[in-house]
Design a binder for this molecule. Structure first.
Ligand code: P6P
Length: 334
């Protein structure tokens, strides 16, 4: 059975659904090519001498893995000359990277976490690339600034992730559903394997780092206690738990079989609203999950409605099966 390639799918979306402008299609194809290159490096691991620390730190104050830096460079180099972008922003870079003068500049802003979950690389657990696409404000005539990126997630025109696991899969949305593509290494390209991915409204599975329990706020403690009580408690249902410590892997599992993923604010740093980053983790994953019929809040409001104040600002995340996200959000609202 001949499968639909990513390129054919995108051209058909552009032609038939009118959902995809040509320059956005080109951008997504460029990102997919970059993710193929990252997949190749991730899969080689020790054979290429690219595991372990890079000996540098990022703007988050985190030690960078060699593959963090490699993935970031691959995405910058792949997208610099394409003519679809005005600028790029990355978890690994303090300031945005504006397309240099002399190179063609486009109307999109690309934000990415080049290798999310990179602490898992050295222990051979799935990691991923997360990306979000915004439009550069029409008022911008020269080089975009950080302020031009500070748009709510509802303004995203596309979002996606690539999970480097037993299979390498690209999952994306541009506002008319969620589509999953598996990398066919024999053909050398992504092929459509999961059309119209949906998050089941109900679930029996939750994901949270339980070691942080003593730091959670009361609504989260109440909710997780009820999950743990199972049939003996008010939810009258037994739940299972997963924690991969790789957001891309958790979200992919939720898109495949349902679940709720939580990284709440905790008392260790009251000034921080959470660990995960709004612009290139929270927003793209929220766009994908909502397009698949799920829900994504920070405990109080839709993640995609948050007005960002900084490129690297953090956010609490509750996303996945609607019934559970609604429940824990209701507990926050009191
Ligand atoms: P913890 C990876 O570092 C990450 O940003 C997400 O991918 C993941 O869900 C979370 O942090 C894991 O955090 O505190 O369990 O190591």
């Amino acid at each position: 059975m001949s499968r639909t390639s990513l390129s054919r799918f995108l051209i058909e979306q552009q032609r038939e659904a009118g959902a995809l402008p040509p320059d956005l299609r080109h951008l997504i194809e460029t990102i997919a090519r970059a993710c193929k290159a990252i997949s190749h490096s991730v899969n080689k691991g020790a054979l290429a001498g690219i595991l372990g620390e890079a000996g540098t730190g990022n703007v988050q104050g985190e030690a960078q893995k060699k593959l963090d830096v490699i993935a970031n460079d691959v995405l910058l180099e792949a997208n610099e000359w394409g003519g679809n972008l005005a600028a790029m922003a990355s978890e690994e870079m303090e300031l945005p990277y504006s397309i240099p003068d002399g190179l063609p500049r486009g109307r999109y802003l690309l934000l990415f976490d080049p290798l999310d979950g990179s602490s898992n690389i050295d222990v051979n657990i799935s990691v991923g690339t997360i990306f979000s696409v915004l439009e550069c404000p029409e008022s911008v005539t020269g080089h975009p600034t950080e302020a031009d990126f500070l748009q709510p997630g509802t303004r995203q025109v596309a979002a996606g992730y690539t999970v480097y696991g037993p299979q390498t899969m690209l999952v994306l949305t541009f506002g008319n559903g969620v589509y999953g593509f598996t990398l066919d290494r024999e053909q050398g390209g992504f092929v459509l394997t999961h059309p119209q991915m949906k998050v089941p409204a109900a679930t029996g599975e939750f994901a949270i780092n339980m070691s942080n329990m003593r730091h959670w706020e009361a609504p989260v403690k109440r909710y997780v206690d009820e999950l743990l009580a199972g049939k003996t408690g008010p939810l009258n249902k037994d739940y299972n738990m997963r924690w991969v410590a790789s957001m891309v892997a958790e979200v992919h599992r939720i898109l495949t079989r349902g679940g709720i993923f939580m990284y709440p604010k905790d008392a260790r740093d009251p000034a921080k609203p959470g660990k995960l980053r709004l612009m290139y983790e929270g927003n793209p994953m929220a766009f994908i999950v909502e397009q698949a019929g799920g829900m994504a809040t920070n405990g109080h409001t839709r993640i995609m409605e948050i007005e960002p104040a900084g490129l690297h600002e953090r956010v609490a995340v509750f996303l996945g099966s609607r019934e559970e996200v609604e429940r824990v959000t209701a507990y926050h609202r009191g």
